[in-house]
Write a protein that binds this ligand. Sequence first.
Ligand SMILES: Cc1ncc(COP(=O)(O)O)c(C=O)c1O
Length: 407
Amino acid sequence: MHDSNPTPSIFNTVPVAPPDAILGLNTQYRSDPSPNKVNLGVGAYRTAEGQPYVLPVVRRVEQALANDPTTTHEYLPQDGLKQFCDLSANLILGPDSPALVDNRSVTVQALSGTGALRVGFTFVARFLSSETAVYIPKPSWSNHKNVVVQSGLPPTREYRYFDYGTGAVDMEGMIEDLKAAPAGSMVLLHGCAHNPTGADPTHEQWEQVLKVVQEGKLVPFFDNAYQGFASGSLQMDAWSVRRFVKAGLDMMVGQSYAKNMGLYGERVGALTVISSEGGNNEGIRSQLKAIIRAMYSNPPKHGAMVAARILGDTEMFAEWMREKLRGALVRIGTPGNWDHIVNQIGMFSFTGLTAAQVEFMKDKYHIYMTSNGRISMAGLTDDTVEYVAEAMKDAVVSLKKGVIHNM
Ligand SMILES: Cc1ncc(COP(=O)(O)O)c(C=O)c1O
């Protein structure tokens, strides 16, 4: 209750924010009453019955932690659990990394991959320059541009990345655009399993990127949300990061355990700042801690403890899901060549469906995916593969125009 004639609320002028390109789909999906609905939008693994999947090893560690009387809920320091940070740095950089051997890297725990980017770009805005240009691939994960701007940096610029004709990396476009970037610009690179295209540079192509980055004095920021998903090997998927570290650059690296340990909601990740020279770890760490202190004080403990205990143990589902989807598409005679579904790597696949075909699949079949035709392999189950394949066939046959990979 309040007095009569309340003054209009100052909050009533707040406009409604546009829905998030990926999370907005969840809301639509949840309110769709169709028993046939399938959610291919957000990258989270599901059981054959479509239920959230917890890795058995995660369950075991959690039970052990619960039964351990020394487990406490004390605050972590701003930079997180030291053991977790050390293991994370080892996992991405390799234990023999020159950055670790020369003691010229600082790793802090972060709120998953997004939090690593957010702390990292805030650090850039504050200690490099708030005018730093950040180049992201076109296309990229839809949240990159938001994080960069919210961190106090100018709107992102894009470099060409994907060749819609071949379904592979547009090397010429990428190199040309990076060559045009002013010295000191940051380049966001997906370390492996590029989201949303699933197309990664080959080792030779990474060498070309490295050369342009070095010659142009660009600063790489590697986003690694999928280590272990591209090749199935944690080591192979760290190749690009390790190659750039070996070149002795100033660079930053974000990590996430959302996908490779299924710890999505626990927000487990890390940010590593690597200096070409070393000698100022204390300055870097103290400023990262100051940023974290004002943002959320210190990171959560549970997920980091789980991850720290099981680092090294991962389980892969994406490749056989890909195989299944392609097999189903071919078996039911969907027009076109669907090899790109298996040739692309990682959790996501660019189907090549147009926005109209995506709409068609949502309206007619209650199948949800982002409008660029990206599907999350994790949303597919044994039971839904055929249904999705049938729907894709119908969409392709009914709305023929502009299926990039197939015409
Ligand atoms: C490329 C990329 N970076 C970062 C993230 C952030 O994920 P999280 O914050 O859940 O670790 C994602 C999630 O989908 C992603 O695809």
